[in-house]
Design a binder for this molecule. Structure first.
Ligand code: SF4
Length: 452
């Protein structure tokens, strides 16, 4: 493994590259009119939908999501009315668009009552063509869930569930203000399996206050006893100047870079020992899981929800702060609830920033996605696909790549770049070599991803 000094030389906390350009490069020059044009002119092929439900009942201090803490249920009814109007605006450009993948994220999608969730699904089905083979997933918070709620999900088309776990240690939970017992999570898992939902995913977070190898090992053993199909092991990024809730976490309780590295490596080894396959930056899946299969045959993709098995699909984001990726553009909705709903009520899409990808953006997006997904770039294939001499095109990056190669993070020749097994921890840093915007000052953008 690399020494702490080596790790310090490279940026462990680069962007997660759920998109390229990253969301903080989107600009206000890209308008709702640009997004409407992209929608009208997109290819008629199966697309993905993301629906953002921004409400939560309780604030987790580590949170970097776009969320609204509330106890009201009428706020959700009003939100669903605006969402239906937004669906109308999209459907006017693309009537009955076929949908192969649907994801509900937040916030907390199960903030919605089952009646509200049913209304939302029916509203979507009325405007889009939900393909029978679609993958339909939802992020659920086990703290606010009962077996009856979970039992109703399959009839609404849900076949995947993702549970936020983070850490089962009560001392850690107190410092992050998220009290979630093992029993609550175990009951949620049991209810999910009893409902016949065959894919369960867990989100864990390392780098949280006072986490130690011993405490995280105990969490991992309890997690493994529940046998999730997939796991994500997110690195907590402490950016209190950007995410207000994080100011309540005392900085001196956070593990150092070396400790975080140790936590990740320990967890990674334990999960592989337990039979999971390591995938990309921070995901693990049982062999045979579609994510593991896609990783094995190099068809894995990356989008705002993390890793995906659906390649080459356009993504339509609905709801406050949601990001769409349509026809080589990114378009982000207003992150402010009132501004988003007023725009929609006025009959306009709620885009406030975005970007139309240049050819250079598209080439770099492909390289970065391949690094993040499979840790390998085939220069000849890239050159053939884009009609470029890849070596000449990326000549300015060569010196930087040599530095990575000299440290054993990558191997690199005229045919391909390959991230070494120990280099996995530095995938973001390798990807960043190809980020043409890395030295340009970032705009402040609101994220809806679970961990910054
Ligand atoms: S971490 Fe999830 S549940 Fe907690 S406040 Fe953020 S969005 Fe809500």
């Amino acid at each position: 493994m690399f020494s702490a000094e080596v790790l310090k030389q490279f940026d462990l906390n680069g962007p997660r590259y759920t998109s390229y350009p990253t969301a903080d490069r989107f600009t206000v020059g890209f308008t709702d009119g640009d997004y409407a044009t992209a929608l009208r002119t997109m290819a008629r092929k199966p697309a993905s939908l993301y629906v953002h439900v921004p409400f939560c009942r309780s604030l987790c201090y580590y949170c970097a999501c776009n969320k609204i803490i509330s106890k009201s249920s009428t706020i959700a009814d009003e939100y669903l009315t605006s969402l239906a109007r937004e669906m109308d605006l999209v459907a006017a450009a693309q009537p009955a668009l076929p949908i192969v993948q649907v994801a509900f994220g937040g916030g907390t999608p199960n903030y919605l009552t089952i009646e509200q969730l049913t209304r939302l699904v029916r509203d979507l089905e009325a405007r889009f063509d939900f393909l029978p083979e679609r993958e339909q997933g939802v992020e659920l918070d086990p703290r606010f869930l009962d077996a009856e709620y979970v039992a109703a999900l399959p009839a609404l088309g849900f076949n995947r569930v993702s549970y936020g776990v983070q850490d089962f240690d009560e001392r850690v939970q107190k410092l992050i203000h998220r009290f979630q017992s093992f029993e609550q999570t175990a009951q949620a898992v049991q209810a999910t399996r009893a409902a016949g939902i065959g894919s369960i995913s867990f989100d864990l977070v390392y780098g949280l206050p006072i986490q130690s190898r011993e405490s995280f090992a105990a969490t991992l053993e309890r997690v493994l006893s529940l046998e999730p199909d997939r796991l994500a092991l997110f690195n907590y990024a402490h950016i209190p100047e950007r995410f207000k809730a994080q100011r309540r976490i005392p900085t001196d309780t956070l593990p150092s870079i070396a400790q975080r590295t140790e936590l990740f490596l320990y967890a990674s080894e334990r999960l592989v020992d337990a039979g999971y396959q390591a995938i990309g930056l921070d995901h693990f899946a049982k062999p045979g899981d579609p994510l593991a299969v896609a990783h094995g045959n190099a068809t894995l993709r990356r989008n705002f929800q993390g890793y995906s098995t659906h390649h080459s699909t356009d993504l339509i984001g609905l709801g406050v702060s949601a990001i769409s990726n349509v026809n080589a553009t990114f378009a982000q909705n207003s992150p402010v609830l009132e501004a988003w709903s007023e725009r929609i009520a006025g009959g306009r899409l709620a885009t406030v920033r975005g970007v139309a990808l240049s050819r250079d953006d598209q080439i770099r997006a492909r390289v970065i996605e391949e690094i993040m997904c499979v840790g390998c770039v085939d220069w000849r294939r890239l050159g053939a696909d884009y009609g470029i001499d890849a070596a000449a095109y990326f000549a300015p990056e060569q010196a930087e790549l040599e530095r990575f190669a000299a440290t054993g993070i990558i191997s690199h020749d005229a045919e391909r770049l390959v991230v070494t097994p120990q280099g996995r921890l530095l995938l973001r840093a390798v990807a960043m070599v190809f980020d043409a915007y890395k030295n340009v000052k970032r705009e402040q953008a609101v994220t809806y991803s679970r961990i910054a």
